[in-house]
Write a protein that binds this ligand. Structure first.
Ligand code: SAM
Length: 511
């Protein structure tokens, strides 16, 4: 497959693996509302933040929306948008790799960009996500009015590249019908089945090519036999026509005598709407609307916000209530605000100070029931809440040793992820972590059994093995046990079906 080359590509494709795992530390005074829902606002470089999330959320995120800096050579008030072209590609590659690993099998990623880097970005996405997983390129008319002061063109549109994690598993929703979709439905003949619109019953085939579609239908009002006009056919075969006649789906015009019958389609049977690939202001808003939204709820001005309607539309298509949404270039917090109002869970990452000056206050207002943006459309009355985090120390030092301040639950998460490749769902209160693919995993660390002596918690002895087996309950399959050391011989370990791994030397931060 053809790939894109740039100066530092060889290092950049290794970069995500080399990023150290860091702890996420809550800043309780910036958290707000219900902290138990799992909404997270993280201040920090998203490369490190995404890596920190991996052991907890790999394969769990249903929808990723990102709106990275477009590299327009601008200096906005809150962030710079001016990287050398190769550096921009180098910045994007490892982040996209980590985002892919966080996405669920049925999930999708939506990447907002414009012309300058958009086509290069598409090539990166093709390589990282696979060309066959490309779902759609969306063109969004972001400008409320043309930029008449532009030199040659008013640059009006953004692209949104949409990729599935796995084309065979992705699940997307159609859109609910809105008033504007239904305005062509009327009820001129007072049909008891309600408003309808109609399609012609005349087909567009030639009668010689499709003789089975050339026949007469009887107008029940006049008993007249009607044939298709000229050399054309009817739209459907005879059986289907009889079924539609019996069901009263034919419309013979105002006088009931038309020779070009039509077929009624009732609003009550109308299906949800398939999203189109060009999005206008009615559906997705525009950037001026985003600025007005900020002012309306008293938010701090931010240079490049997206309108809430754009994100609402994306989350409608890509998620269901309760599912997890991630935005790792959060800006003023639009994605998180919309996710909360739509009852989705959300993780937002923003490196700038505006994580504190814009995102946190915005989400606090949303929690309190802020009524701007999509609130009315979503009947948002407030609720939810979030925890605010910053990046803490590394979990492992440069030589791969566990940092002394790491507590049992944190190491449990990392050991589980490094052994299984999936996030840990336990609470880290038991030395037995669980079973995966028929093998159990246990960790003796940090005095989990309450005693650091040789015969106690961190050393594998007959007694601690018994404790682990008891904690494992009905699981009696093979076990991998991490501990400081073992007093059991190779033969005993083999009889007990135990593979012993030594902390810290055998603990590998998963690359
Ligand atoms: C175009 S803005 C996003 C605007 C956002 N969609 C909104 O509605 O407000 C891009 C944001 O990405 C942030 N950003 C850039 N590089 C980042 C990084 N490495 N880690 C985290 N955030 C980053 C910038 O500070 C900026 O706020």
């Amino acid at each position: 497959m053809p790939t894109l080359r740039w100066l530092t590509r060889d290092q950049d494709v290794q970069a995500a693996q080399k990023v150290p795992y860091k702890l996420l530390e809550e800043v309780p005074e910036l958290s707000y509302g219900d902290r138990t829902i799992g909404n997270m606002l993280i201040q920090g470089d998203n490369l490190e933040a995404l890596k920190a999330l991996l052991p907890y959320y790999a394969g769990q995120v249903k929808c990723i929306y990102i709106d990275p800096p477009y590299n327009t050579r601008s200096a906005f008030e809150h962030y710079d948008d001016n990287l050398e072209h190769s550096n921009w590609l180098a910045m994007m590659w490892p982040r996209l790799e980590l985002l892919r690993d966080l996405l669920s099998e049925d999930g999708s990623i939506w990447v907002n960009i414009e012309d300058r880097e958009g086509h290069y970005l598409k090539v990166l996405l093709d390589e990282i996500f696979g060309r066959r997983n490309f779902l759609q390129g969306i063109v969004w008319n972001r400008k409320a009015s043309p930029a008449n002061d532009a030199k040659y063109f008013s640059n009006d549109h953004d692209y949104i590249h949409v990729f599935a994690k796995n084309m065979d598993a992705v699940s997307l929703n159609k859109l609910e019908r809105e008033e504007r979709h239904n305005k062509h439905y009327t009820n001129p003949d007072n049909d008891s089945r309600g408003p309808w619109n109609s399609i012609t019953f005349t087909g567009n085939k030639n009668r010689k090519e499709r003789p089975n579609l050339y026949y007469s239908v009887t107008n029940p009002n006049t008993r007249e036999e009607i044939f298709p006009p000229e050399n054309l056919t009817w739209r459907y075969g005879k059986d289907k026509a009889q079924e539609l006649l019996r069901g009263g789906y034919f419309y013979w015009g105002k006088t009931g005598t038309s020779k070009s019958p039509r077929i009624k389609q009732f609003l009550k049977d109308a299906k949800p709407v398939i999203p189109r690939s060009v999005w206008g202001h009615d559906e997705a808003g525009h950037t001026q609307m985003a600025m007005l939204e900020q002012r309306a709820f008293g938010g701090q001005p931010f240079g490049t916000p997206k309108p809430e309607r754009l994100i609402e539309r994306i989350l409608h298509i890509a998620t269901k209530p309760g599912e997890l949404v991630l935005d790792s270039f959060l800006g003023s917090g639009t994605t998180a605000a919309v996710a909360l109002k739509m009852g989705r869970r959300c993780i937002g990452i923003e490196m700038g100070d505006h994580a504190v000056t814009h995102c946190a206050p915005r989400l606090q207002k949303v929690t309190d029931g802020e009524q701007g943006g999509i609130s009315k459309a979503q009947d948002w009355q407030g609720g939810a809440g979030f925890r605010f985090y910053r990046l803490g120390p590394n979990v492992f030092d440069e030589t791969g040793q566990i940092q002394p301040e790491i507590l049992f639950p944190t190491l449990a998460v990392h050991i589980w992820f490094s052994e299984t490749g999936v996030p840990f769902s336990g609470d880290g209160a038991s030395p037995y972590l669980g079973a995966h693919d028929g093998a159990g995993l246990a960790l003796l660390y940090n005095g989990i059994l309450g005693d650091k002596s040789v015969s106690g918690g961190n050393v594998l002895t007959r007694k601690s093995l018994r404790t682990v087996r008891e904690a494992a309950g009905s699981f009696d399959g093979p076990l991998t046990i991490y501990g400081e050391r073992t007093v059991l011989s190779e033969t005993s370990l083999s009889e007990e079906r135990v593979t012993f791994k030594q902390t810290p030397y055998d603990v590998r931060a998963r690359k």
